[in-house]
Design a protein around this ligand. Sequence first.
Ligand code: ZN
Length: 593
Amino acid sequence: MTVSIFVLHIFLALVASVFSARDKAGIIIINGKISTLDNNNRETEAVAIRSNKILLAGTNQDVLKLKNKATVVIDAKGRRVIPGLFDSHLHVIRGGRFYNSELRWDGVKTLKRALEILKEQAQRTPAGQWVRVVGGWNEYQFEEKRFPTLEEINAATGEVPVFILYLYGKAWLNKADLRKLNIDATTPNPIAGLIEKDSEGNPTGLLVAEPNAFILYSTLAKLPELTAEEKINSTLQYMTELNRLGVTAVMDAGGGFQNFPDDYGITDSLNKMGKITVRLPYYLFAQKKGLELNDYTKWAGMVDIDHHEKNGINEVDYHVQGGGENLVADAADFENFLLPRPELPATMEASLKPVLQLLVKKRWPFRIHATYNESIARDLNVIEQVNKETPLNGLVWFFDHAETISEENMERIKALGGGIAIQHRMAYQGESFIHRYGKQAALSAPPVKRMLEIGLPVGLGTDGTRVASYNPWVSLYWISTGKTVGGVQVMAKENTLDRTTALRLFTNGGYASIKENHNKGKIQPGYYADLVILDRDYFSVPYDEITAVSSLLTIVDGKIVYGKADFQSIAPGPLTVLPEWSPVKYYGGYQYK
Ligand SMILES: [Zn+2]
């Protein structure tokens, strides 16, 4: 054999090995019950991942053919595997800044336990800091089916300042707080808010949104923030908590006191370090009433909205995706069913239209917070006018919430190429809604089944962390049972979804509302590799156990970001919680007792 033929052989063998390695998998999962949500290949036992994409979903035998020495083979031991969850409405960036400072009552089963951990946390809270419980719970989740009393809160916390937020309806302060915040008999009520006073005119400690939640937001904003280092840790801990629940992507909706660009510094730096463990498109929320157009004009000058498209970065990684959920303060209808529906001011259309015109001209996707059909009807009048002048032409846009939307307005959204993102807010306010609007009105609030029948893209999410818990499994429980966290049947059975359809809205369906469902939200070759091995079978556990589902292994963009039990050894190690007194260090996040 001549030298040249020998060299050619070596060369060809080399090329062959490179090519074969190129088709091999980095990660393979075998022996799973894999729900792909791919209608042509619904359930498989194995899946292969190469770099950040799904290579194959099929039998163990076929998939193992893609194995080489470097492949990590994971035995799911018969466990359920699903596409990663995409929460299309969560305040994760703001949530991360405060997560380590907040004691969670999310999921706590008794008021007794809630007050116990409140007391314990008060005892370890250092001077200058506060104990804070910031939404995500309601009184009906407790066996006692009632709120804590101010006496109980003062008894549990004594001289340690405390702030307890109930959805966006009310908050409790103890006596120490009133002194600290200089709230006394002379303190006036803020707009559409109430500082409850006793018979002698002294503040009791109860703050009520009537219905404007500004009294709650603004008081909370007075509490001391964590240090920058602690905020970095807090945001990482919060994302890990979401990964623990199987969340691999979040569409952030901004939120009150979430200012751009200042309050994005933490996530900006984490992104630069490649440490963000969820896909994270985010929307910019207007903060200052009357200055909304100025701010969006400024932001449009600061952000290249289709930067990612131009630079081939896959679409939903950390970046500004558009405007909302609050485009103008005039359009904000507070979802507080303890009180009557607020009528939007007559100035709403005049303040919303120029902002929408700007966003559409700049091809900025937008989302609009709207609970009530009456608000949606007026918003649609403006969107239709803008569309006449500057056609939307397939621009991504959608309403958030839409609990009481009518058939007619669903059709109008469809005609404008829009979508709807719904969340389990009724799981936390169903009882209040029935109390105010009656059982009949609650049966299809929101009318999710009808939205799907009309062919609207619908995403399912949580609206965590304040007006509801961020636990996606509570949302999947609510939409498949029609029940509140208090166990009350609020939605008609006919309006609930089967578990597969529900899961679809929390994965591929959510991506449909932003036109990204062609390569995300399914376990299918060519799709991004976001998937979860569950600790129990979501499809077969009793309905009441759905809220307890969590992840054993979470993969985002082809990388293992979370692992527990058998999979702990192949996952990143836990990060020490900062600061030392953080309630997350002692209780974690979502509670199960
Ligand atoms: Zn909202």
